[in-house]
Design a protein around this ligand. Structure first.
Ligand code: DUC
Ligand code: ZN
Ligand code: ZN
Length: 473
């Protein structure tokens, strides 16, 4: 076993040996990952998901421990997820809770203990999906509880009733092919819910992060909030920067193959949608760039093919989500000045580092330990190939996840992580041995309080008087 080294010692050794001429960036932090989820039994568990992470340059994942509506307490949920991940991870990891049953006991008694003792300092809340969605009143109560604990509130923002109405209409008209998934969840549903989430957060002065954003208008709401110095953060994902809804259309050999690209929010229709989000990457609206790795096998009756009922496509029954934990880093690195001429580069390397590692570390309470290359930090590093080497055509065959396809099949990137180093250990060596780390080397991370990166706490909501809130808060 290599002796544990600091980041700087590791870099100087590698620079002497074999990293010459190559960029070194912090190990990726993928702060939005679904592993071992009960609602996607054909997706990745910890072994395959974390193996795929390190092969793509990610050294830390924050995955979801999901509360079911019928769970009255979070403690057994946490135990269950420790059981699903213990000794199985190739990378370091933490948990966010998905809260679906926010009882007063959970908010008052359990969250403080889970934050202080277990290091779980973030929750994800759904504004859509019948079994998981929360009312505005519930969202407010959770935001208040999280605010007082320094926890980050992540929100899936889509208007549930708009979507339900459209799905009903589509089904009544027999429009049930996979492509109609993109029609069922229009941008306006994301726009409205994002604006509402921001307004709720503004009322109670709570920092939030809106996850997996795909809409220009919704992103504009975030941008406006940030201009007013509200603590509103935003996340987007590779699929919303690179892929369009045309992928959901029938293919010549398989009418159902569009199911491979069913995710929510859905892929949008127009190149202009992609361009708008790239602007948000460049101008700092987005705080983090995550994979939202939420895979289901395609060719499996318990996976995407749940949406083929007696041979008939029913898009509303297709499990949502795409695999992407391994491709995230290379897809974005390929758009930087390291891989593109200056007039084609979408972002600079400092922005790449912020979006893929540093900001997630700060936002989710790993600052001082993860996400940067600096004295005292864990030696989590990605060493890329020297310019002109390391080109890859992304294909299912080269990936290490447990599912049977990649939505990014055939995309070309000019570089790929050559080495991934986790706490000084080489865990991925692209040219010699592939995944060389040991399963179980990945450690559970007890996280601290999240930092507010955008805006600040303590603003006065629009139209309210300076001290008005103190009469009721
Ligand atoms: N939300 C996620 O965060 N992931 C997959 C599907 C979804 O709706
Ligand atoms: Zn979501
Ligand atoms: Zn997700």
């Amino acid at each position: 076993m290599i002796e544990r080294m600091s980041a700087l010692e590791t870099i100087s050794i590698l620079a002497e040996r074999n990293a010459e001429g190559a960029y070194i960036t912090p190990g990726g932090i993928d702060s939005h990952v679904h592993l071992a989820q009960a609602n996607s039994p054909t997706g990745d568990g910890w072994e395959t998901g974390s193996r795929s992470a390190v092969a793509g340059g990610t050294t830390t994942v924050i995955a979801f421990a999901s509360q079911k509506r019928s769970d009255p307490s979070l403690y057994p949920v946490l135990e269950e997820y420790h059981g699903l991940s213990r000794n199985l991870s190739f990378c370091d990891y933490g948990f966010h809770f998905i809260l679906t049953n926010p009882t007063p006991e959970i908010l008052r008694e359990e969250l403080p203990v889970l934050a202080a003792k277990e290091g779980i300092t973030s929750v994800k809340l759904y504004m859509t999906y019948e079994p998981m969605q929360l009312s505005d009143r519930e969202l407010l109560s959770i935001m208040l509880a999280c605010r007082s604990l320094g926890m980050t509130t992540m929100i899936h923002a889509e208007n549930s009733d708009m979507i339900a109405l459209i799905i009903e209409g589509l089904e009544a008209h027999g429009n049930t092919a996979p492509y109609f998934h993109a029609i069922a969840r229009p941008r306006i549903a994301e726009d409205e819910a994002s604006y509402r989430a921001i307004s709720l957060a503004e009322l109670v002065d709570a920092p939030i992060l809106i996850v997996h954003m795909s809409s220009e208008t919704a992103m504009g709401h975030v941008r406006n909030a940030q201009t007013r110095l509200l603590p509103v953060h935003a996340e987007t994902c590779p699929q919303y920067l690179f892929l369009l809804s045309e992928h959901l259309k029938p293919h010549s050999h398989d009418d159902f193959e569009g199911a491979k690209h069913v995710c929510s929010p859905p892929l949008r229709h127009d190149v202009k949608d992609l361009e708008a989000l790239w602007q948000g990457i460049a101008n700092g609206t987005f705080t983090v760039f995550s994979s939202d790795h939420a895979p289901s096998k395609y060719d499996h009756s318990g996976g995407k093919k749940l949406g083929l009922v007696d041979g008939v496509a029913r898009f509303a029954k297709i499990p949502n989500g795409l695999p992407g934990i391994e491709t995230r880093m290379a897809l974005l690195f390929n758009q930087t000045e390291a891989c593109q001429p200056p007039d084609k580069a979408r972002l600079g390397l400092p922005k790449f580092v912020q979006l893929t590692a540093t900001n997630a570390a700060k936002l989710y309470g790993l600052g001082g330990r993860k996400g940067s290359i600096a004295p005292g930090y864990d030696a989590d590093l990605v060493i890329w190939h020297p310019a002109g080497k390391g080109e890859v055509n992304i294909s299912q065959g080269m990936l290490h996840h447990g599912v049977d396809y990649t939505p990014f099949e055939g995309m070309h990137v000019r570089n790929w992580p050559r080495y991934t180093i986790l706490r000084g250990e080489l865990v991925w060596n692209k040219d010699q041995g592939g995944v060389v780390g040991k399963m179980g080397y990945g450690q559970y991370l007890r996280r601290g309080k999240g930092e507010v990166i955008m805006g600040k706490i303590g603003g006065v909501p629009r139209g309210m008087q300076e001290h008005e809130r103190q009469y009721w808060l």
